[in-house]
Design a binder for this molecule. Structure first.
Ligand code: GLY
Length: 317
């Protein structure tokens, strides 16, 4: 019997650390994952997830989230939900529905309100000001608005061998109203099978959904491949394929864990992630694409962590 959790980006660390302790003490994977993602959604300085997330081109925060149960394959998801404090909790609730388990836009928001989920204005003054500054910059320098998209995605394994996966994201910065990324899409943003393992993605949704990369990693782990080998094969293979077929590949990164608590990560850009297992204390790592379609992984040092903290809290104006 073992346990563990892996999640995308440094922002997931606090949830991974506290909820892995809970898993050690017998907490279920579902509760642990939802609570870990809620921590990210609630923290106002993370500008790509939940409260404080960067709004769309109309300055409205539209959020996507999903939850999958690896025992039953039940999935709940929301896309373009507004004014709801914890989209991951809504996704988890929807995963128990036999029908209507993936809701979008006004329907998703209405469901959350009627079901009594906490609602609030999710656009902070800081996010609004950053959005205004970004808009000015885009117009002044004729830049592409689509820069950065850090979804929190997590996979958890509990002592009862149950595995779950979940995601939460405010999506692509300056996205069009109604745009949906990979995060709520099964197979692309996440996938989990408790008898094999789970995977989840962050990065450019428009490219991630072309390859169903989370499903593909789980499928390869199911053939007995180690999670690191599976992640490397899928991420670098698909990134190269996009380069060949389309001339470019967007930035993307995937993390995965198998039913034994072994994990892997692969990325085509610098990428931070957090992981903790029965054998390894919670840690923040940095991953980089390396030679021969492999991934270099190192512990994030104090200088990196300090620079990160300063960057996300940098005063605006
Ligand atoms: N990966 C998140 C998105 O593209 O919306």
């Amino acid at each position: 019997m073992t346990y563990g959790m892996i999640a995308t980006w440094r922002m997931a660390y606090d949830g991974v650390a506290s909820m892995t302790e809970a898993l050690k003490n017998g907490e279920g994977a579902g509760t642990a994952l939802v609570e870990a993602i809620k921590k990210v959604e609630d923290y106002p300085f993370y500008k790509s997830v939940g409260y404080g997330g960067f709004p769309n081109e109309e300055c409205i925060l539209e959020m996507d989230a999903a939850y999958m149960d690896g025992d039953t394959f039940d999935i709940g998801a929301v896309a373009g939900i507004q004014d709801v404090k914890n989209p991951i909790a809504v996704a988890e609730a929807l995963s128990h529905e036999r029908f209507n388990s993936f809701l979008v836009g006004a329907g998703a928001t209405k469901f959350a309100k009627q079901a009594g989920f906490d609602c609030r204005n999710m656009v902070t003054a800081r996010a609004k000001r950053l959005w205004e500054l970004r808009l000015e910059e885009i117009q002044k320098h004729n830049l592409s608005p689509y820069d950065g998209h850090d979804t929190v995605g997590a996979v958890a394994l509990d002592l009862n061998k149950k595995m779950v996966a979940g995601t939460s994201s405010s999506g692509l910065f300056m996205k069009k109203s109604g745009r949906v990324g990979d995060s709520p899409l099964s197979g692309s943003g996440f996938y989990v099978d408790s008898e094999i393992g789970g995977a989840t993605a962050t990065g450019l949704g428009e490219d991630l959904m072309k390859g169903c990369l989370s499903y593909e990693i789980v499928r390869l782990m199911g053939t007995g491949m180690h999670p690191q080998a599976a992640a490397d094969q899928v991420v670098y293979g698909f990134s190269d394929l996009l380069e060949k077929r389309k001339g470019k590949a967007g930035a993307f990164s995937l993390v995965c864990m198998n039913k034994n608590g072994e994990w892997g990560v692969a990325t085509n850009v610098e990428f931070s992630f957090a992981v903790a297992t029965e054998k390894e204390a919670a840690e923040i790592y940095l991953a980089y694409p390396a030679e021969n379609k492999t991934t270099r992984i190192e512990v994030a040092d104090k200088a990196w962590l300090d620079a990160y903290e300063a960057r996300i809290k940098k005063p605006v104006d």
